[in-house]
Ligand binder design. Structure first.
Ligand code: NAP
Length: 251
């Protein structure tokens, strides 16, 4: 069953997306590895192939409607109709409100919100046809509010609303939609935040770990594992939910 299914992971050249693409391949899915630049997907694709899995590198800006449709059409032709979608692509343009530019705002909304909308709209057709599907959106603990992230926290809260509405609209077609709200995960994104606040990454993660109940920061595989749970055949009664994966109950 599962090995004939096709999953798309956006922003999968590195970080959480790369770990998720590898995990879904290990779970038996053929995986379309989407990122801005097709060449940047090579490492993820070769890691999957080296483990005996199937993957396809696809260059696509998820905020561009034409590129999204072309990418989904290509994936359907080359791998088969996609029935799993992980909306993971993301950017940060952090700044305090008084310094935040319109471009900072629009870029973040474009990738996270417009991107998840466009990808979900393009892929739902294949899910509805298959009468089965799984959508997982990457939210964040920042959805609860975070200093310097008016744009990002708004987008991540918006993704929770999108998730719940997709769950309601698509449920009758066997499609679930859920969101994961990670806390601090060690990736290039948190490296960039450390740089912005002028701290060494090691010092930054140590400080973060000190306020996390499980006394460590998260790794991309922690999130990949949660994606794997939502995507599992046996998780079909779990829909419209947000799981905070943050090493404790609070952000
Ligand atoms: P990352 O290491 O920065 O990776 C994000 C990936 O998304 C990059 O490969 C990036 O490509 C790609 N991307 C950016 N804009 C894109 C676009 N328009 N179209 C297609 N791909 C695009 O980030 P991460 O830490 O793994 O985060 C993954 C997701 O988890 C994001 O949605 C993030 O907001 C969320 N998250 C992360 C954390 C954390 O602590 N790391 C916490 C909560 C939520 P380029 O390299 O070419 O820019």
């Amino acid at each position: 069953m599962a090995d004939s299914r096709v999953a798309i992971v956006t922003g999968a050249a590195r970080g959480i997306g790369a770990a998720t693409a590898k995990r879904l391949a290990a779970d038996g899915f053929a995986v379309a590895v989407i990122d801005l630049d097709e060449k940047s997907c090579a490492d993820t694709v070769s890691a999957i192939e080296a483990d005996g899995g199937k993957a396809l590198a696809v260059g696509c800006d998820v905020s561009d409607a034409e590129q999204v449709q072309a990418a989904v059409d290509r994936i359907a032709t080359e791998l088969g109709g996609p029935t799993v979608l992980v909306n993971n692509a993301g950017v940060i343009r952090d700044n305090m409100l008084f310094k935040m530019t319109e471009d900072d705002w629009d870029t973040v909304m474009g990738v996270h919100l417009r991107g998840a909308f466009l990808m979900s709209r393009a892929v739902q057709k294949h899910m509805v046809e298959a009468k089965w599907g799984r959508i997982v959106n990457l939210s964040s603990t920042s959805a609860l509010g975070n200093r310097g992230q008016a744009n990002y926290s708004t987008a991540k809260a918006g993704l929770q609303g999108l998730t719940k509405t997709l769950a309601i609209e698509l449920g009758k077609f066997g499609v679930t939609a859920n969101a994961i709200a990670p806390g601090f995960i060690a990736t290039d994104m948190t490296r960039a935040t450390a740089e912005r606040v002028g701290m060494e990454f090691e010092e930054f993660t140590k400080a973060a770990a000190a306020s996390i109940p499980v006394a460590r920061v998260g790794q991309p595989e922690d999130i990949a594992n949660t994606v794997s749970f939502f995507v599992d055949e046996r998780s079909g009664f779990v829909s419209g939910q947000v799981i905070y994966v943050a090493g404790g109950p609070k952000a």
